[in-house]
Design a protein around this ligand. Structure first.
Ligand code: ADP
Ligand code: MG
Length: 378
């Protein structure tokens, strides 16, 4: 059954009548990895996998909400001490609280929601959930007076303050600002953003989820950040955003081999995002793909955040003649994102399933995605 129909029936059964439909989307990041904390660029877009909700004010001070996918119901008030215990409900409660903290209004409502963003696969189902409700409550109770950037911040603060996830702004930003056939280059330093056309006719975007997550004993993320900060300090810049490869090479003798490699990746990645922007403007998807492979190479060899399974999937993409492939996300597991010619998609996916399963005992999960709109009223 279609998502909307399923929600509509359930709403009718639970609450009677009907409400207003809203949706928001998960996201991919085409390129620009480990750049956010270095003041660089990320380059995400919303996808055709959504969270959809039907919502209706109920005239009380209570929220009553049913999650179809988890098959659970939650009811909570809107004061700080009313926080629900179910983790999925905390995303919605958090959004309500963060709107009120910013002087916005939220009253009681009834809602039913469901989605098809895979959970915990690196496509940010949580941001889709937050931005769906943030957008909806802004429309229903605030005459859309809260601007879109603030809606993204409301989602981010929800993660920080109610879900224990200390995330950046990219996921919520992409989910709120996403636009069909466009990716968005976000400058993580100034928060300026620009849309670029992404309409790869003759190509598909497909994610291969390794379904592995290597938990490492020491904190590799903190160590990477420290390396970046050390090099920036040595080069006399605030962040590596302001460093060039020439500056780095000139200081090479004063840096540890490890720090040098880490910075080489970050500085290279900043340039690659800009190169991808130029390539997209020219409709040159072969260059986009080449940059994706370079990013993977850098993440694997210089930044050292890959793992055997992801290198295997990347190598397999190369062997199959896939246009572009790289790790998406922080690393040590999760997905590769692949830009694949239409005619190669089937043989590539088939080979990936087979060879990956032979080697690692399970198939990767496969998600085909199309760049689509973010938060919206339906
Ligand atoms: P992701 O990388 O997909 O964002 P998270 O762990 O951050 O993974 O968020 C997943 C959580 O978001 C789920 O555990 C659940 O609480 C909530 N969530 C996401 N999608 C749904 C859904 N369709 N129905 C109910 N809750 C959802
Ligand atoms: Mg999340």
């Amino acid at each position: 059954m279609e998502l909307k129909e399923k929600i509509s029936r359930t709403f009718e059964e639970r609450f009677g009548g009907e409400g207003t439909f809203y949706a928001s989307a998960g996201r991919i990041n085409l390129i620009g990895e480990h750049t956010d904390y270095n003041g660089g660029f990320v380059f995400p877009g919303a996808i055709d996998k959504v969270i959809m909700a039907e919502i209706r004010p109920n005239g009380s001070d209570k929220v009553r909400v049913y999650s179809i996918d988890i098959d659970e119901y939650a009811e909570f008030g809107l004061r700080e001490e009313d926080a629900p215990s179910k983790s999925w409900a905390r995303y919605i409660f958090g959004v309500c609280r963060e709107i009120e903290k910013r002087g916005g209004k939220v009253e009681g409502f009834d809602a039913v929601f469901a989605g098809n963003v895979p959970l915990g696969a690196g496509l940010s189902s949580s941001a889709a959930l937050e931005s769906c409700f943030a957008f909806a409550l802004n429309d229903l109770f605030n005459a859309s007076a809260i601007d879109k950037f603030e809606l993204a911040r409301i989602g981010q603060s929800t993660e920080h303050n109610y879900c224990g996830v200390n995330c950046g702004i990219m996921d919520q930003f992409a989910s709120v600002f996403g636009r069909k056939d466009h990716l968005i280059r976000l400058d993580c330093r100034s928060l300026e953003y620009e849309y670029y056309p992404f309409k790869p006719e003759g190509y598909k975007l497909v994610l291969l989820d390794s379904v592995v997550k290597h938990e490492l004993a020491d904190s590799p993320y903190n160590k990477r950040r420290e390396s970046c900060e050390r090099v920036a300090a040595r080069l006399g810049v605030d962040t590596l955003r302001d460093a060039t490869m020439e500056m780095l090479d000139a200081a090479k003798a004063d840096l540890s081999g490890e720090d040098y490699k880490r910075a080489r990746f970050v500085i290279g990645e900043k340039q690659r995002v800009l190169d991808v922007c130029d390539a997209l403007t020219a409709g040159d998807y072969e260059t986009v793909g080449k940059c994706m492979y370079e990013t993977h190479e850098g993440l694997s060899k210089d930044y050292e955040v890959s793992c055997e399974e992801l290198d295997f999937l990347n190598d397999l993409a190369r062997r199959c003649g896939v246009t572009g492939s790289r790790i998406m996300g922080g690393g040590f597991g999760g997905c590769t994102i692949n830009l694949v010619k239409d005619e190669l998609l089937e043989p590539f996916v088939e080979k990936a399933r087979k060879e990956f399963a032979e080697r690692y005992g399970h198939e990767p999960k496969v998600y085909e995605v199309v760049i689509s709109d973010g938060a919206r009223k339906l």
